[in-house]
Ligand binder design. Sequence first.
Ligand code: GTP
Ligand code: MG
Length: 610
Amino acid sequence: MNSLVRRSNQLSLRRKYCGKYCGPEATGRNGKHNYEEFIRRHQRQARCSIVVQVSSEKSYTELYNYCSRFGSILSAHHYCVRQDEALHYVLMEYSTPEESAAAIDAGVTIGEPKSAPVRSPFLWFRAAGGGRRSSKMTISSLPKLHSLDGTRQVEQAHLQGLLRGATDIEEQVKLLHEQTRLNEIGIRMRFLAALQVERAIAGMFPAAQAQPFGSSVNGFGRMGCDLDLILRFDKDMGAKSILEAEEPSRLVFHTKETFSNGRSQTQRHMECFGDMLHLFLPGVCHVRRILQARVPIIKYHHEHLDLEVDLSMSNLTGFYMSELLYIFGEMDNRVRPLTFCIRRWAQTCGLTNPSPGRWISNFSLTCLVMFFLQQLRQPILPTIGALVKAAEPGDLRFTEDGINCTFARDVERLGFKSRNQSSLSELLLQFFEFYSQFDFHNRAISLNEGRPLSKPDHSAMYILNPLEQLLNVSKNVSLEECERLRIEVRNAAWVLESEVENASLSEEEGERKELSWGLLNLFKHPEKAVVRPNMFFKPRMVEVSDLFEQKETCQTSNSNVPTPAITYKSASVRHQVQCIKASTRSEQKQIRGSASSVPANSSKNRRSHR
Ligand code: GTP
Ligand code: MG
């Protein structure tokens, strides 16, 4: 790895950061999808696509008929954006980017004379003039209009009904994932939003790329998640030719440096892009500039896509972090459903919040899940350190500030195979138990090592940033919020444990359908949170169920209440329990004896009472 780093340092002198995807085509050999492949496929799909607003889906036949003249349409998807009334759109994909470009080139500008005539993939379909109609086509050749909506989130009541009707908690976790994850059309729409920005500035910045990252592409996004976009100006526009040519080009572009401070320059550039988006880009509205943040961003809403966008121009590590999460999600098909379930739980008990603050972010929470899966006795995920070790020259990646984001993209090379057979419900319970005992006070979480480390500072929660290990991903989390997390995981462990137990007791399907059970009881609202102070901060050293073989009821000698007769698996546990019982009995006797020998109104008695 050292030689890799040395080589990379030399290379980074020639190319500040790796261009689009300069490594060799890295398609996984394990049948799993590869992130770069996934991104490229969706970028191409976006370049082949247009979005046309129509009066209703009934316009589809006519629209298809009209648009077919520009090329062959591979697929069409109808979706709605709900404002005062439902607005209808059809997203159509041509077979080549040239065909969609031909359709866009055929667009005209009408309406407000003061509006800027901007060319973009967002169009609307006006009624045919002079009563002319497009020639009729045979219905058999019309591709089906898919009605998968990329904006609509599953109704709460519908989801609850589905969860109630599931057979077990395992199925509930899977259903939750299937029903709430970002669908294919939602992903397409996000790549179109990125393309729109890229195209808008392509005249002056032909190599600029607006690349989606975060939950929209890492496989952990739910319907309605925001789009994180990074606008990259590939400074080495000729990088490819520099690397491939025998000698570097001697022709160098003149450039303009307006500020000596790089951060001020980025802020000023972003302000300018913010104005441009606000003034010219169709669909872009509610533009907000948050330029003083550690990573300055421009936030906006896209009204044709019903989408919130966060656009940044620096911090490429977020992009590579998304790739790491994508790789983890692809490695084992329990990773995503489990994370979805935990993110949902955290949302419903008010641990996470869409706006940033002193609470844990979805990203930090996802890191907690990944770490949990790494540190298991039978790990489900490898450490990031192992991924870094398995990197090859084709995996070299650097950000513009030289941060090393090199790790193996083809995980097959790792030879990692998990032998962990735990079900999703077992893992969920183990997650809650693990963090209810985790020593947040003294330990930091390292995904690079897959084990806790000593905490380098006094932050309430410390998660080493996997790509910049001197930074803490969860620096924002306050002590109070960290305590709340510990309380909530403990509560969740308690609720889930009794849910698992009840599920095995009550096999009555009909009864179940009526009841709230399993995850439905876990996803409570903050005001209904069950807080049991006596349960907190007592690390459970062993599972109670591990101690006993079976349960049956019998009558105890000094009470009429039936209590369980227990067979112990371990002789030493039996001995300990008997000792505890004996000493408790003798203490009880002493208390009774001393209580009867002290007068009821004595000062000693009053004091002990207090
Ligand atoms: P939601 O937007 O809540 O659905 O989740 P998200 O994963 O998109 O989180 P967020 O929008 O906050 O961040 C977007 C992406 O930026 C994350 O997925 C990470 O890849 C990356 N990211 C966020 N915070 C950090 C950080 O502190 N360090 C690094 N390296 N990457 C980060
Ligand atoms: Mg996001």
